[in-house]
Design a protein around this ligand. Sequence first.
Ligand code: DAH
Length: 340
Amino acid sequence: MQEKITALRTQCIAEIRQCASTAQLQDVKVRYLGKSGQITALLKGMKDVAPEDRPKIGSMVNTLRNELEELLEKKTVEISEQEMKRKLQSERVDVSLKSLDEPLGTLHPITLVTQQIEEILVPLGFKVLEGPEIETDYYSFQALNIPADHPARDMQDTFYITDSILLRPHTSPMQARYMEKHQPPIKIVCPGKVFRSDSDASHSPVFNQIEGLVVDKHLTLCDLKGTLEYVAQNLFNKDTKVRFRPSYFPFTEPSVEVDLSCSNCGGKGCSLCKGTGWIEVLGAGMVNPFVLENCGIDSSKYNGYAFGMGIERIAMIKYGIPDIRLFYENDQRFLKQFKK
Ligand code: DAH
């Protein structure tokens, strides 16, 4: 019996040493110490041992069992550590590896120019506002002193939804909306989409405008000119000149058409300015007292100036873009050229 125990010990220890995985160790454990394992069988066979030998043999088997359990435990820890190490090695992530480049978008040139104009005007005290693109006839026309028979209301020009609701043909309705709710001093700019039934290389049925309105005491055309000159010189270059020509808008009196000296040739004359040295960029004027009164502002105390410009037109001049449709095709090759 003693020899059997010694042989079993030698054999089991050798098997434990050879184990290379926790699964193999588990197998050894079951074969020796499990319910029907060899050590367990020895314990069960104690009944056949002579009674006087039982305490000695019993203690030998117990010692062996404890020794093997301890060895198995030790080896299990050792192998698990190795397995973890191997796993960590094989699953190692190289954080220094360069990642794939995510392509970054750029701002649309219309957004860029709008932001540039806002950034020029905000430090002068202008507040930026947006208004509804679906507008009423009242704010689009009546409040702005545009009579019922004015050509701007023409079905061929304006997109009507009903007789009195339409897609705004300009950003000027925001003047009336703001003045109805606020008393002077007023200084606002309102960028946004406008809609007209018109389409060719320089006209689009949807385009963008930016509207400016200042209402205060003792304003003059000089204030208007100074503001526009400041915008133009910051938007184009510091030598840009501003020229006023008499014009007519129902909501301003007097009204002017505003030309800038050509940014391309500096005023000498080129194909961009058709040899004149000047480029027409916007409409403006002193707010018609009728409009102030329509909106609840006392025109005997206050006056104002206003201007409205097409963003596409400004962007076309600034970047030398020959066709307005390029803005809406969203060709990446075109859009990628504009960076802040
Ligand atoms: N609303 C005009 C248009 O769409 C532009 C304009 C002209 C706006 C004169 C103004 C202004 O505020 O005073 O053509």
